[in-house]
Design a protein around this ligand. Structure first.
Ligand SMILES: Cc1ncc(COP(=O)(O)O)c(C=O)c1O
Length: 490
């Protein structure tokens, strides 16, 4: 760890927008929130906001070098692409980075559609049950067959992708496999997958490897290319700005250029063409332009560039080490709570995690735990299935199977569906041991006073819990109309 890295880390981590936002709780107390929902969206770093404030007076559309604002915007927007490549350790000769519509979801949809067309003979995708739906449904949409490799569960509940079963799938389907789509880090448990090992396995049968980096990019160093063994290089990576401390959600695709070359881009329109005649058009060969039809999310991209540049000043190795300490501390503190189930292996030496962990309090529904954490303690978490139904179902079934003797597989599945859902605490660069302590103490209180919390809430058919007497009126704090009216009256 370099002293400068630590110094920069200190400076940027305690300056995030909204870290200390205050809310009145069900107890009547006014309290700063404890934000533990960074896997859904990270808070924006203050440095990113400040950079945008510097940029906005010059804001203009890109794709022009004519007037001053356009020159500046075009140059800086182009620079962000270089910054992305640097951040993910991708050789700029071989790889390109481009931005697409809504988040990682749009990135993966683009990749699936493109690779299906580019490699038509390979009509199958191998993925895992750990995936966010956004790294599953796009493959199902574009390919006739998708194979889901299980996670390693039995007894140890380890929770990462089952490599032996992956190897079996590759051996069985070999030349039909277009690519292996795998998450770098689970958005449910934070468990890290060995993506370079998986790349070697995929490449051995001529398949590509597509990594969903949405839950990884803010937490782990990424090196797509330049491995001693080139089979360990990653072919395609997807992530998005709102997962890495930037505003909005520009989806990012980083890919080997060859994979997107020589076919018509999936999205067509202005900006990606050389010439348009009434009966035909010629597509630009140049990356990233050919993949970026339309006006891009310029501010989102500039914000992302600022964030990645700042994170590089810290050094992602440094950051990963710091965060590993926080997550181990969280595992240790939460393990002390009576009646808690933490999903996945909790021994950090057997199974590494980044950014998140998921749990349940026995005999208290996840919806109630999450609502009580928010309403009584100002702790912002997320609950339910985190758009990863198969993985959550498997994890819950696994625990039920260990605890409930003599149930058939069918009964287990029914019970798992009934109780489906968890609570997830997720962390960012600004998360501290104090945040973990707040969470742990709150959970202990809820676990020890189950009846009190049950009495104070109504369970809706949706599974959500609402407090019987305490209501949060958001418009007292913010509404678009209210904010505009206030501005107009100044
Ligand atoms: C692992 C993973 N993949 C994909 C997504 C979808 O990302 P986005 O919301 O940027 O489309 C998420 C979002 O939570 C995620 O955690």
């Amino acid at each position: 760890m370099t002293p400068r890295g630590i110094e920069v880390l200190k400076k940027i981590s305690c300056n995030a927008v909204g870290l200390d936002s205050e809310y009145t709780l069900a107890t009547g107390e006014l309290k700063s929130r404890t934000y533990l929902d960074s896997t859904a969206s990270t808070l924006r770093l203050q440095v990113v906001d400040d950079v945008l404030q510097h940029y906005l007076p010059h804001y203009s559309n890109t794709h022009s070098l004519l007037h001053f604002g356009a020159k500046l915007s075009t140059h800086e927007y182009a620079w962000v692409h270089d910054m992305v490549l640097e951040f993910v350790g991708a050789d700029p000769e071989a790889y390109t980075a481009f931005f697409v519509g809504q988040g990682t979801t749009a990135s993966i949809n683009r990749v699936a559609a493109t690779l299906r067309e580019k490699r038509p003979d390979r009509d199958m995708v191998v993925t895992s049950i750990m995936e966010h739906h956004s790294n599953d449904l796009p493959h199902r949409k574009h390919f006739p067959e998708v194979v889901h490799v299980p996670a390693r569960m039995a007894k140890t509940s380890i929770g990462m992708v089952h490599l032996e079963r992956l190897q079996e799938a590759l051996d069985t389907h070999g030349e039909r496999v277009n690519y292996v789509a795998i998450t770098g880090v689970s958005n449910v448990t934070g468990i890290i997958n060995p993506i370079h090992e998986i790349a070697e396995m995929a490449h051995a049968v001529g398949a590509l490897v597509v990594v969903d980096g949405a839950a990884m990019a803010a937490h782990q160093p990424i090196k797509l290319s330049g491995h001693d063994n080139p089979a360990r290089n990653i072919d395609v990576l997807c992530f998005s700005g709102h997962k890495v401390y930037a505003p909005g959600s520009p989806g990012v695709v980083v890919t080997l250029k060859d994979l997107f070359a020589d076919i018509e881009p999936q999205v067509v329109g202005g900006g990606m063409v050389e010439n348009v005649y009434l009966n035909r058009h010629t597509t630009l060969e140049k990356f990233p332009d050919r993949e970026e039809a339309g006006t891009p999310n310029i501010c989102g991209a500039i914000g992302l560039g600022a964030s990645l540049y700042a994170l590089n000043q810290v050094g992602m190795d440094t950051l990963a080490k710091e965060e590993a300490r926080t997550i181990q501390y969280a595992l240790d503190r939460l393990s002390e709570i009576p009646n808690i189930i933490i999903y996945g292996e909790t021994d950090g030496s057997l199974c590494k995690r980044a950014g998140a962990l998921a749990f349940n309090l026995r005999d208290i529904e996840h919806g109630l735990t999450a609502a009580a954490l928010n309403d009584y303690f100002g702790v912002a978490v997320r609950n339910e299935c985190f758009c990863a139904h198969p993985y959550v179902r498997e994890m819950i079934t696994e625990v039920l199977a260990e605890e409930e003797d003599g149930l058939t597989d069918e009964e287990l599945e029914m019970m798992a569906d009934l109780h489906r859902g968890m609570v997830r605490a997720s962390f960012g660069i600004y998360s501290t041991e104090k945040d973990v302590d707040t969470l742990a103490e709150a959970l202990r209180h809820i676990a020890n006073n189950r009846d009190y919390y049950i009495e104070n809430y109504t369970r809706l058919d949706s599974g959500d819990y609402i407090h019987k007497t305490f209501q949060f009126d958001h418009s007292q704090l913010f509404s678009v109309r209210g904010a505009v009216d206030e501005w107009l009256e100044q």
